[in-house]
Design a protein around this ligand. Structure first.
Ligand SMILES: C[S@@+](CC[C@H](N)C(=O)[O-])C[C@H]1O[C@@H](n2cnc3c(N)ncnc32)[C@H](O)[C@@H]1O
Length: 225
């Protein structure tokens, strides 16, 4: 199942199958929040990012970024990636009340930056970002705030680039890609979340006046094109 928007499509299904339909080297930025394996729900398989790495590598352009939120508790696991090279750790400061950690309360979320080849930054950013919401947030701890996603998209891609989010959740990455003029492809396996994502993206797009990004490239990104 596919739901098309102006610059991209959300596919309901398993990223492991869906990604196979993407051509080699087409993605400029993989920006995602993968399952960590902390037992939050039935789809929380912490091996998935690593299982998917060969396909992520295949679809990534020769110079591309892989940027992903990750659990501080499981930080060492992130370095099990075999092909993408580690670049930096960003800290996303949380606004809401802290969750418990072995040493007190968590006030930030880790965001890891990896690369394939030598991608260029579109703009520079601080390695501390703020989790402000530009839109009414979805009430689920898994939801990632739109302002931090927007900063990451603006730093690690340029207008017209193709952004892939294989684990889209409620759709913050697709929404911010629409607003910032990036083409995008996103996958989500949980049908209820995919439905919520469509609502979240559509309703917030309706409430904004969008600039016209359609001139520079040919239409929306889709697995069929
Ligand atoms: C940490 S959550 C992402 C939350 C998202 N950042 C947001 O703001 O809503 C990880 C997501 O990956 C999805 N997922 C898990 N396994 C998947 C798979 N095989 N294919 C596609 N999506 C999957 C889960 O259903 C979940 O929504």
């Amino acid at each position: 199942m596919e739901r098309r928007f102006r610059l991209g499509s959300l596919y309901y299904g398993d990223a492991r199958q869906l990604i196979q339909k993407l051509p080699d080297g087409c993605v400029n930025l993989i920006l995602t929040d993968p399952p960590y394996g902390l037992g939050t729900d039935e789809y929380d398989d912490g091996d998935l990012l690593f299982e998917l790495e060969p396909e992520l590598w295949r679809v990534a352009a020769s110079d591309a970024w892989l940027v992903f939120y990750w659990s501080t508790k499981l930080l060492p696991r992130a370095f099990e990636l075999r092909r993408f090279k580690y670049v930096w750790l960003l800290v996303c400061l949380l606004q809401n009340s802290p969750t418990r950690t072995p040493i007190g309360g968590a006030h930030y979320q880790a965001v890891l930056v990896f690369k394939k080849g030598e991608p260029k930054l579109n703009m520079r950013m601080s390695d501390i970002i703020y989790s402000t919401d530009l839109f009414k947030p979805v009430k689920d701890p898994q939801f990632k705030c739109t302002a931090s996603i927007g900063s990451l998209i603006q730093t690690f891609s340029k207008p017209g680039d193709l952004v892939l989010d294989p684990f889209a959740g409620y759709g913050s990455v697709p929404l911010m890609c629409e607003l910032l003029g990036r083409r995008w492809i996103a996958f989500e396996i949980d049908p209820l979340k995919a439905l919520e994502a469509v609502k979240f993206i559509s309703s917030n797009l309706r409430s904004c006046r969008l600039p016209d990004f359609s001139g520079g490239w040919s239409g929306a990104a889709s697995l069929k094109t």
